[in-house]
Write a protein that binds this ligand. Structure first.
Ligand SMILES: [Zn+2]
Ligand SMILES: [Zn+2]
Length: 130
C-alpha cells in the first residue's frame, strides 16, 4: 500500500473521507479522524462527508413562488395551489429528514392563506358592487 500522492512512500493510514491510502505527511487528524488534503477542506468546513447532503424540497420553493405571484394576479387559482404545495412540502419534509426548506413552505402557506382571503374579499366586493 503506497501513498496516493507520493509514489514509493508507504502509506501510514487511509483517509476517512475518500478511503485512499496516504503517508503520514499527507494525512491530517481532525476530530480524531485522519483526512487527506482534499477531504480535510470538507471536514474543516463542517460539511457532512456523507453523499446524501441536505437538498431543498422543490415543492417548498414553488409554494412560496405561487403564493407571491398569486398576490398580484390569478390569486383565486394560484393561492389554493400554493397552499396545497406548501402542505405537500411539509409532508415530504416530515417523511424525509434530508429535505430542507421548511421556512419557505411555512411562508408559502401563510402568504397563500392571506392571499386567498384577500382575493375572496376582492371577488365578494366586485360582486356586491355590480
Ligand atoms: Zn481523502
Ligand atoms: Zn504522501
Amino acid at each position: 500500500m503506497q501513498c496516493k500522492n507520493h509514489a514509493g512512500v508507504p502509506a501510514a493510514d487511509r483517509c476517512t473521507g475518500c478511503a485512499e491510502p496516504f503517508c503520514g505527511n499527507c494525512l491530517v487528524e481532525i476530530h480524531g479522524a485522519k483526512y487527506c488534503g482534499s477531504c480535510k477542506v470538507l471536514a474543516v468546513g463542517g460539511q457532512p462527508i456523507a453523499p446524501e447532503a441536505m437538498i431543498e424540497c422543490p415543492e417548498a420553493g414553488e409554494a412560496l413562488k405561487y403564493a407571491l405571484i398569486g398576490l398580484f394576479c390569478f390569486g383565486i387559482i394560484l393561492e389554493p395551489l400554493a397552499i396545497s404545495k406548501a402542505l405537500k412540502a411539509k409532508k415530504m419534509m416530515a417523511a424525509n429528514p434530508n429535505l430542507s426548506g421548511s421556512g419557505k413552505a411555512t411562508a408559502g402557506l401563510v402568504v397563500g392563506i392571506v392571499g386567498l382571503v384577500l382575493w375572496v374579499l376582492f371577488v365578494i366586493l366586485q360582486i356586491a358592487g355590480t
